[in-house]
Design a protein around this ligand. Structure first.
Ligand SMILES: Nc1ncnc2c1ncn2[C@@H]1O[C@H](COP(=O)(O)OP(=O)(O)OP(=O)(O)O)[C@@H](O)[C@H]1O
Length: 303
């Protein structure tokens, strides 16, 4: 059974079409990225998946159920973009409250609140109230809230926006660690972050699903991404393009080159492409910084 299935999904706000005939089907597993420019419809899609909004047209099923089905209680959770905590309640009491709404008893709910706070490294603020937390700490508490009851699907809208690099990394590590049992769908503008975490990427643009790519596919052997420390860029591009098995070399960023390789038989005959690149660097005394198989998410989506 699919984890999420959307068919002909459209959402109108008055005459504004925020989503326009969106179709996709996703299986449980590695984290899924939801990407798109401001106003593309990402939050609207999350709101529909959570059942906060009913679609103007089309259907959604989550684990075979409609988004607001009581059968999904405890199985789906979300971190909204603008999540707010109650300023008057201690962190542990509000998380316990949400655990109790999932049917847990008083003591079990408290233990669950402490468990999810420990996951985000904030068990020590359990007895504090939200106004005494920093913005980043509040965000991590909201992430903890989404993890109550170990749901099967967690939707995270901009989970690391406003977090310092160390805490953003902690959130990424947490998502990775929980991924074997929970599928995360993450909306973010940070493509580097999504690239590290996600396999499937959905790209929304003006309400339409313009691309659905698999990062597995984009790290296959059709491309190499070469970042140089020092080189003559024009000469490098010309010399690499002459190597057997190279179809095209492009560069949109200074000293970063996307090398497209020939497929199948031709590639088999020129499988030592990396060695020949290093020989070229040696010959010209060029220093390389990084050679990656595949393309970055940014290149995959926008080239
Ligand atoms: N409640 C609303 N009433 C009217 N229009 C809305 C409403 N919510 C969103 N929109 C419009 O729908 C479109 C999609 O908005 P949405 O918030 O889903 O985009 P987004 O991809 O999440 O953007 P961002 O990256 O800026 O968060 C936008 O044009 C927005 O102005």
């Amino acid at each position: 059974m699919s984890l999420i299935q959307c068919q002909g999904l459209s959402q109108l706000y008055g005459s504004k079409k925020a989503l326009n005939d969106v179709n996709f089907s996703l299986e449980a597993g590695a984290p899924i990225a939801l990407v798109g420019p401001n106003g593309a419809g990402k939050t609207t899609l999350f709101s529909l998946l959570c059942g906060y909004l009913s679609p103007s047209a089309g259907t959604i099923t989550l684990l075979g159920e409609a988004p607001n089905s009581p059968k999904l209680l405890g199985k789906i959770a979300a971190l909204p973009q603008d999540a707010v905590l109650d300023p008057n309640l201690t962190i542990v009491s509000q998380l316990s409250f949400f655990a109790r709404l999932q049917g847990m008893g008083v003591e079990q709910a408290r233990q669950e609140a402490i468990r999810v706070l420990t996951l985000v490294d904030l068990a020590d603020v359990a007895e504090q109230k939200p106004p005494s937390l920093s913005h980043g700490m509040g965000k991590r508490v909201s992430i903890a809230q989404a993890l109550i009851g170990s749901p099967e699907l967690v939707l995270l809208d901009e989970p690391t926006a406003g977090l310092d690099p160390a805490n953003a990394k902690k959130v990424r590590e947490l998502v990775k660690a929980l991924s074997p049992t929970t599928t995360f769908m993450i909306s973010s503008h940070n493509l580097d972050e999504l690239e590290k975490l996600c396999d499937q990427v959905l790209y929304l643009d003006k309400g339409q699903l313009s691309q659905a790519v698999s990062m597995h596919a984009s790290t296959d052997s059709d491309y190499l991404t070469l970042t140089m420390q020092s080189c003559d860029s024009d000469l490098l591009q010309a010399e690499v393009a002459k190597l057997a098995g190279v179809v095209n070399v492009s560069s949109k960023q200074s000293k970063v080159f996307i090398i497209q390789l020939a497929t199948d038989e031709e590639k088999a005959q020129s499988s030592d492409i990396e060695m020949r690149l290093f020989a070229l660097f040696n010959q010209h005394k060029w220093q390389y910084k990084m050679l990656l198989k595949g393309r970055t998410l940014e290149e995959t989506l926008f080239s």
